[in-house]
Ligand binder design. Sequence first.
Ligand code: NAD
Length: 487
Amino acid sequence: MSLSFDPDSLALPNGHFIGDRLVAAEGVIPMHRPSDGKTYAGCPIADAELVDHAVQTAKSALKTSNWGGIRPRERLNLLHRWADLIEQEAETLARLEAISSTRPVGQLVAGDIAVSAEQIRFFAEFADKEGSDLVPTDDGNLGMIMTEPYGVVGAITPWNFPINMAAWKLGPALAAGNAVVLKPSEMTPFSTLYLAELAVRAGIPAGLINIVLGDGMTTGNAITGHPDIAKVSFTGSTRAGSAIMENIARTGIKPMTLELGGKSPQIVFADADIEKAAAAVTASITSNAGQACVAGSRLIVEKSAAGPLIEAILNRMKSIVPGPTWDAASQYSPIISDRQRQRIGEIVTASVAAGAECLTGGNSMDMPGYFYAPTLLTGINQTSPAVIEEIFGPVLTLQTFEDEEEAMALADHPSYGLAAGLFTSDLSRAIRLTRRLQAGTIWVNRYGRSRDHILPTGGYKQSGIGKDLGREAFQANRKSKSVLISL
Ligand code: NAD
């Protein structure tokens, strides 16, 4: 059966998921489909009272199931069963995701959903392998670092990869023995609601995963400020991350992981494989229409290689064919909202007014929905809005350099440090510059994540605090206690 679907006849879950069921709620925030602009649903807003109900449900589920205290292998087995169900229900999940988000349904089953199931299994494996440590002391003492779950973790996710971002939060928190209250983006809640339902069907004790819908101001603040939420894990913009820090500082200090925005450079030297670099650079800024935290939005190329590289990128950008997310053949995504599309246009216009040249794109696409053409801007300087701002759209800026020093100076962003790409055939240079680049992830002669989930992801500078993925994400969901016993 084709994955394509009719968006007008898809049944949508309606409400919050608390305990073992959907709690019906009135849709308040109008939801528009990015692929055709149609208003098709409303997202409820959980107030402080409802968030408290979710937190108390999580606390009591932790107590009655003894989730943090059962044999770790049992947690592992249940998480594996959940991952199996996610794979079995991948088509339903894919449609629930594709209707509201920018993710084409044809890319979800083998892409985001398969990867999410794999990552949940990856985190499950830590449950019975990562433990407390005995530490060296003198003969008169026994020292250990004992770890234990936090209790209830509050998680908040963005709209750009809804299932995958939920898996990054739920997987490690549950494997480490916690319960979770998670708020997905108010623009893309449906697939996350279904993930929670599948968890209960897999046998994960009801109440360990609770999904509350709503906006940042009401629901988000109620989560981050709740006294019984012991830790906060957030992925989203630097602006919202900063507001969350403020709210946590005001309402009671607690640990937090913040995965925030980026403005990642890709540096191409003339000795690189130019075709390979062009493919990686173009994919990184056109995949999900550039709406990825690690989008490689700033191309910095050695002057002598600029001509062939530009030509190869333009060929690729011009051959991209957009289509609605519910068509299984669609490859190129719409922008999430009309407002966001306007913002992209404004930044491009301001950059052109400041002297940039637009080699392709720079316009909305003439079709229903919020599509924006892949765009390449040259003749741009370091203070141009298109170089400074996280555009979160398919806009690539191009700057040239003469030597390594100039490349490093251009690559350095005043506030972001999420990822960076480096293309060169000179191994010494690759290692030398990898050491200098100020970013949490460096890709050399490739760009974008692999399925090596052991590599953590996280930002330098204002791109974040702490890590998702990797052993670090599991460890960040447990607190440690130092114990010294006199013998
Ligand atoms: P956003 O910050 O607007 O919203 C993210 C989530 O936070 C949503 O659920 C939103 O409702 C909630 N929120 C907003 N304000 C809040 C507040 N004051 N308190 C609590 N919750 C609040 O981001 P977005 O537009 O959904 O997503 C795009 C952003 O996410 C980009 O900046 C992107 O770089 C970033 N992102 C980062 C990573 C990463 O791993 N570093 C991954 C994906 C996306």
